[in-house]
Design a protein around this ligand. Structure first.
Ligand code: NAD
Length: 364
């Protein structure tokens, strides 16, 4: 008789027990990636609105007993190893601090917080609690960002003199959530979408230290009922307290400058999501990824013939995998909290300058 083989393999693989605070749109992207990973167990959710959690709980097979309307109760009951903070910007600080103090590593969505003061406090508490704090900056995992950053690291650009950042929507005021509420979000397109293109350009530039900025913000469409047809009509114009368009100029310690434009609504031909660089030896752009330089007495354009991790579907897996490996195996993160703080300081300075009529403000 053949010997019976014991097919039950006892795994000694460490599992990261994760939970989400905030169970709305972007929590779905976090949970989708966590659910694919063998070394991750999704243990629970917290959201003040039960309905949001029920949908996610069904989708990701999370027992309803592990869904809490009080995030502190969720932390105390489930004691997750790691938490994704996917709540509106105004709750990032308190959710993150509570999770860190409950012993969890944290991946907090962009922007890191409402302002740099909150961001600094989150970093201080993470250090004190000896927990990891990562920012949800997925665009630095994009193949185009890596192509440019590797060229920067190899000296292809020489000294980078100027970054030009654009996150522009012609008519894209979110008609869900609280994106039009300055008190809950900290601002409009600059902090919500400008932050994406700003963080990837700043990362590709090698994360130079910002020292000053000036800018201005304008509201002229979002605070009125929609009079045009667009994909996202009927936003909450009565409670719209953020800017439609923000522009800013940032100066870095190394002398480089960065210009940023961000809009939810602007009279432009079409939406733009891009950044460009100008350096002493070469320039470049993110989309399509290209480097502009001189070779053999000719001006030449170089573009990669293959790029991995391109686009939304390509950047979420590495973003989430990096966080898990950072927590479980101490792999370095590409999006540390210190980068989140620098980005937040730039955003703060543009908003502060705008409140002072566009005067330059120092960044400390
Ligand atoms: N990385 C990205 O590409 C990306 C994309 C979209 C949104 N975001 C960020 O994710 C965050 C959430 O955005 P969203 O699009 O998922 O919004 P959403 O409105 O779809 O979901 C937010 C959820 O948080 C819950 N919530 C409200 N107050 C809360 C609190 N105090 N504590 C816990 N939960 C609370 C809401 O009930 C809701 O279910 C924002 O900070 C946003 O900037 C990031």
């Amino acid at each position: 008789m053949a010997k019976k083989i014991n097919t039950v393999v006892k795994s000694n693989e460490k599992k990261l027990r994760v939970a989400c605070i905030g169970a709305g749109g972007i929590a779905g992207a976090h949970l989708t990636e966590f659910a694919k990973m063998k070394d991750v167990e999704i243990v629970g959710l917290a959201d003040p609105i039960m309905d949001s959690m029920v949908k996610k709980a069904e989708q990701f097979k999370i027992p309803l007993d592990n869904c809490f309307t009080d995030y502190r109760k969720m932390l105390a009951t489930l004691k997750p190893d790691a938490v994704s903070v996917c709540s509106p910007n105004g709750a990032h600080e308190e959710n993150t601090i509570a999770a860190l103090q409950a012993g969890a590593h944290v991946l907090v969505e962009k922007p890191m917080a409402m302002n740099a003061k909150q961001s600094q406090k989150m970093i201080d508490i993470a250090r004190k609690a000896r927990r990891k704090l990562v920012i949800g900056f997925q665009f630095r995992y994009d193949g185009r960002s890596a192509f440019l950053r590797e060229a920067v690291d190899n000296g292809t650009f020489g000294d980078i003199l100027y970054g030009r950042v654009q996150a522009l929507r012609r008519r894209g005021i979110p008609n869900w959530g609280v994106f039009g509420r300055k008190d809950l979000q900290g601002g409009g397109p600059m902090i919500d979408i400008g932050v994406h293109c700003l963080e990837m350009c700043h990362f590709v530039m090698g994360s130079p230290k910002p020292v000053a900025a000036f800018g201005n913000c304008f509201t002229y469409l979002g605070n009125k009922p929609s009079t045009t047809k667009s994909a996202w009509p009927n936003w909450d114009w009565k409670n719209y307290t953020v800017e439609d368009l923000a522009v800013g100029m940032i100066r870095f310690e190394n002398g480089a400058m960065l210009n940023i434009e961000a809009s939810f609504a602007a009279h432009i031909e079409k939406d733009v999501w891009n950044f460009g660089l100008m350096g002493t030896k070469a320039g470049g752009q993110w989309d399509p990824a290209m480097i502009f330089t001189d070779q053999n007495k000719h001006m030449v354009n170089m573009s990669p013939t293959y790029l991995p991790d391109n686009g939304w579907g390509g950047i979420w897996p590495p973003k989430m995998r990096n966080f898990v490996e950072h927590c479980l195996y101490d792999k370095p993160t590409l999006s540390p909290a210190e980068d989140g703080l620098m980005v937040q300081k730039m955003l703060d300075a543009i908003y502060e300058s705008s409140s002072k009529g566009g005067k330059e403000v120092a960044i400390k």
